[in-house]
Ligand binder design. Sequence first.
Ligand SMILES: C[S@@+](CC[C@H](N)C(=O)[O-])C[C@H]1O[C@@H](n2cnc3c(N)ncnc32)[C@H](O)[C@@H]1O
Length: 209
Amino acid sequence: MRQPSAAAIERSFDKMSGQYDRGIQLLERYLLGEIRGWATGEATGEVLEIAVGTGLNLPLYGDKATHIIGIDLSEGMLDVARERVAAEGLQRVELRQGDVERLDLRDESVDTVVSTLTFCTIPDPEQASREAFRVLRPGGRIVVAEHGPAANGLVRAMMRAVDPLAVRFGHDHLMRVPGPYLEAAGFMIEDARRGGAFDVVHKLVARKP
Ligand SMILES: C[S@@+](CC[C@H](N)C(=O)[O-])C[C@H]1O[C@@H](n2cnc3c(N)ncnc32)[C@H](O)[C@@H]1O
C-alpha cells in the first residue's frame, strides 16, 4: 500500500488540528478507553513524547517525569499543544517541530519515550522505533499505546476491509501491530496488554537492553 508522505500528513493534521481533541476524545470514550493516564504514569526522568499532537498527554505527567520534549510534524497540532501548555501553566515541557523518523536529539539522551496513537500515522514506524532506540539511554523504556487489529475475528476482518480507506483519507493505518516494530529496532518487550472495546488497543512497555 502506498504510504502518505510526511508533507501530506503535516498538511492533513494542520487542517484538522482545531477539531482533533473533540474527535479523539469521543473515540477514547467509546472505543479506545483509558490510555493516557497509563502511558504517562510509566514515564520517568527525561521524557521524549513522539508525535505529541495537541499535547493531550502533557497535563497528565507526574513528578517522576522531570522534563518532557514533545515533537510533531504539524505546526497546527503544536499550536494547540502550546495553548494547552500556557493555559495549564505546565513548566517542564518543551515543544519542537520535527520528524520523529529523524530525531534532532543526541544518542542516549532520554530515559523514556512515550507514544500514544502515533504508529498508525507515522509513515515508517520501524524507522521511528529505531530513532527512539537510538536516543534512549541503555535501560531506558518506550511506552506505547496504539490502536491496532481487534482480538475479535469479525471486527478484525471489518477493520482490514476499511483499512485502505482509512489510510487514504485519514492517514490512519488500522492494522499495524506495534510489537514487531519495537523488536526489530532492538527493544525487549517487558509488558504487553490489550484494552478498549474488542481489545483494539495494544499497550506495550519495552526496554533498550
Ligand atoms: C493521531 S495523532 C496522535 C497525536 C497524539 N500522540 C495523541 O495521542 O493524541 C498522530 C500525530 O502524529 C504526527 N506525525 C505523524 N508522522 C510524524 C512524523 N514522522 N514525525 C512527527 N510527527 C508525526 C501527526 O502530525 C499527528 O499529530
